[in-house]
Design a protein around this ligand. Structure first.
Ligand code: PLP
Length: 393
């Protein structure tokens, strides 16, 4: 595979594991064991069983007829919105909780921004009967009350991060501090293709079930096991990595990543990391991130909480630098419009994150016979209040 991570955890010049000395043992344990465990027959059987009976996989590949007519081409939606808990995030947390059990861990920690990864983690911790602590910025706790309530109902302890800007990066720092203090019994579930090696590769592999199913479903529905184009939104980049995984080496498949332009890339209120970012270390890996001259992280902005992240996973930084993926930005207003368009044409309310992927459609020149798959990463129930503010505009 051309875009695989190397022994040290690098994709080209991006990636690695820039960790405090005190975490060395934990990370080394994971690096040495993750592939062996993930590739064992027992693990695969348990993982696939849970994906099937608990998550509800395979998620359908749906031919969106009215949307296709509008854009004069063939558009399919990969329905990750139909998964248990409403997005692709559960594919990864199911994988990591199983891994934690194989490693003999009894306590789970995670950090969350908008709360989506926190909910997916609290869900699988309940399923596995493990103690769960989720770190969340104090500001985010106030902004995301429904997800905080869900995590509490699921039995997780939500701990506020009260330092710095009181948002995601501060929650990440707290989670890493916790891990340092509990190196033996605790497993840290990271929610995207970010963090120190082996997390980006591990999360991409767990999410790769998306492209694996896509191949089979495309073969059955169209007679060819690859599309001409895949479109996915990117925050950290896990749903995109999963949707691209089995097609990375197939140059006939165009890969389009859509990042959040926010109010506009030049407005100072954006999360368009590929354009605004420079090389640096965030969350213990070398990648592209939004930072000032002193290396301080610039707070990102997007109407969509899941894309409001100041970096991108190292795999994506690499894919972009090699020209394998093309990045488009969708601004808040374009995403809202695309969310309404899908809802009115197909009766599917997409997550605001997924609406960014859909917002790429008007920016692309399609041929009538081309097959495009849009990865519909999540459902929009959580975003109704935001959508409704724009109802009569
Ligand atoms: C969290 C989230 C995202 C962004 O995360 P990625 O790691 O970039 O996939 C996208 N869509 C939904 C529905 C999410 O919850």
């Amino acid at each position: 595979m051309k875009y695989e991570v190397d022994q040290l955890g690098f994709y080209g010049r991006y990636g690695g594991a820039f960790i405090p000395e005190l975490l060395h043992k934990n990370i080394a344990e994971l690096q040495e064991q993750y592939l062996q465990i993930m590739n064992s027959q027992n693990f695969k059987r348990q993982f696939n069983q849970l994906l099937c009976d608990y998550v509800g996989r395979p998620s359908p590949l749906y031919f969106a007829k009215r949307l296709s007519e509008k854009y004069q081409t063939k558009i399919y939606l990969k329905r990750e919105d139909l998964n248990h808990t409403g997005s692709h995030k559960i594919n990864n947390t199911i994988g990591q909780i199983l891994l934690a059990k194989y490693l003999g861990k009894t306590r789970i920690i995670a950090e969350t921004g908008a709360g989506q990864h926190g909910v997916a983690t609290a869900t699988v911790a309940a399923l596995a009967g493990l103690e769960c602590v989720v770190y969340m910025g104090e500001k985010d706790i106030k902004r995301q009350a429904p997800n905080v309530a869900r995590m509490k109902m699921l039995g997780a302890t939500v701990k506020p991060a009260t330092s710095g800007s009181k948002t995601l990066k501060d929650a990440t720092n707290e989670a890493i501090r916790d891990w340092i203090n509990h190196p033996n019994d605790t497993y840290y579930i990271i929610g995207s293709v970010v963090g120190p090696h082996p997390y980006p590769d591990m999360v991409a592999r767990f999410q790769s079930v998306i492209s694996e199913e896509m191949m089979q479903q495309l073969a059955a529905q169209t007679g060819r096991d690859y599309p001409d184009r895949i479109i996915a939104c990117i925050g950290g980049g896990s749903n995109a990595a999963g949707a691209y995984f089995h097609f990375l080496d197939n140059d006939k498949v165009e890969l389009i990543s859509v990042e959040a332009g926010g109010l506009g890339i030049d407005t100072g209120h954006s999360a368009a990391t590929s354009v605004l970012g420079t090389d640096g270390v965030i969350h213990a890996s070398l990648t592209k991130l939004m930072q000032d001259e002193d290396g301080q992280i610039i707070e990102p902005y997007s109407i969509s909480a899941g894309l409001d992240y100041p970096g991108i996973g190292p795999l994506h930084a690499h894919l972009i630098s090699k020209g394998r993926t093309k990045v488009l930005a969708a601004n808040d207003d374009e995403a809202i419009k695309a969310g309404y368009e899908l809802t009115r044409l197909e009766g599917i309310i997409p997550a605001l994150e997924s609406a960014h992927a859909l917002a790429a459609l008007p920016k692309i020149k399609f041929k009538p016979d081309e097959i495009t798959v849009v990865n519909l990463s999540g459902r929009g129930d959580k975003d109704l209040a935001t959508y409704l503010k724009f109802l009569n505009e």
